[in-house]
Design a protein around this ligand. Structure first.
Ligand code: HEC
Ligand code: HEC
Length: 221
């Protein structure tokens, strides 16, 4: 604190004390606190919050790399759904009769297309068979379930779909999305701590890993 400010503060305090002690004194005037942080510096946009005229959002540009150009995006974390690194013009929307993603990504064709094959987890059914019993009780895999969010044996099942893509994975763009190309206004300092040495480039969620942390395994029936 600058010396002059200290002196001023000292004087103000003394005056307040003096005023405070004397009886029937008029209330001390409130000190006006000067703003030390400008409005313009508060937000990420570094401009006045009261003026929209100069504010233009970035346009959203997606990658124009054609599928097969070999461009890939690092996974955000271990076993994160990879972002789509190629142009999706003409490939979306996915409809019940038209899913072009499959034409390049199904495991049997992927290597000849140079595409990453759809992983084993997409050929699994993780949903227990859910029914309402005659008495109105909710049943999962034939067992009455009280707490549906528990990870108990009765609540979880992992069944192979025998090489058929699981229906819940059909709509690829529900989980996989293209990534806009503009640089971020704010730097992202997140550093992924991959558990697998190749975690930035491929999924490791298969085989026994599928059951890690879940206390059940219903083998393919
Ligand atoms: C013409 C073939 C083709 C089609 C159609 C296609 N892809 Fe791809 N895809 C590729 C290739 C090849 C790659 C590898 C990167 C590259 O070369 O562009 C790839 C990469 C990917 C990746 C990244 C994989 C990784 O390991 O990082 C995802 C996710 C993906 N595609 C999703 C999709 C989705 C979703 C669709 C449908 C909307 C789709 N692709 C349609 C060929 C295709
Ligand atoms: C419900 C969300 C979801 C849907 C729908 C989905 N995926 Fe995935 N996908 C994931 C997740 C999560 C991963 C990473 C973990 C794993 O392997 O399951 C992944 C991984 C992948 C990978 C990388 C595999 C590897 O070995 O690195 C490819 C390729 C892929 N998916 C393609 C597709 C395609 C094509 C579709 C549509 C037919 C699709 N996915 C539908 C969530 C989804």
């Amino acid at each position: 604190m600058k010396i002059i400010n200290k002196i001023t503060l000292g004087l103000v305090t003394a005056t307040l004390l003096f005023v405070g002690c004397s009886q029937n004194a008029t209330p001390a005037k409130k000190e006006v606190v000067k703003a030390t942080i400008s409005e313009d510096s508060l937000g990420l946009r570094k401009a006045s919050l009261f003026n929209e005229a100069e504010i233009k959002p970035n346009g959203t540009e997606y990658s124009q790399n054609y599928a097969g150009s070999g461009h890939k995006i690092k996974r955000a974390f271990q076993d994160a759904p990879p972002m789509i690194p190629h142009d999706v013009t003409g490939l979306i929307p996915i409809t019940i009769n038209d899913n072009q993603c499959l034409g390049c990504h199904m495991p049997e064709v992927a290597s000849s297309m140079g595409a990453t094959p759809i992983p084993p987890s997409h050929f699994m059914d993780f949903r227990p068979v859910t029914t309402i019993a005659a008495d109105g009780e909710l049943e999962k895999n034939g067992h009455v379930i009280k707490n549906t969010s528990s990870e108990e044996l009765k609540n979880v099942s992992i069944k192979s779909t025998h090489g058929k893509l699981y229906g819940g994975r059909y709509n690829c763009t529900q989980c996989h999305a293209p990534q806009a190309t503009e640089p971020l206004a704010v730097k992202n300092n997140f550093q992924a701590d991959y558990t697998d040495k190749d975690g930035a480039n491929k999924s490791s969620w298969q085989g026994t890993k599928l059951m890690e942390g879940i206390n059940t395994y219903e083998s393919s029936k």
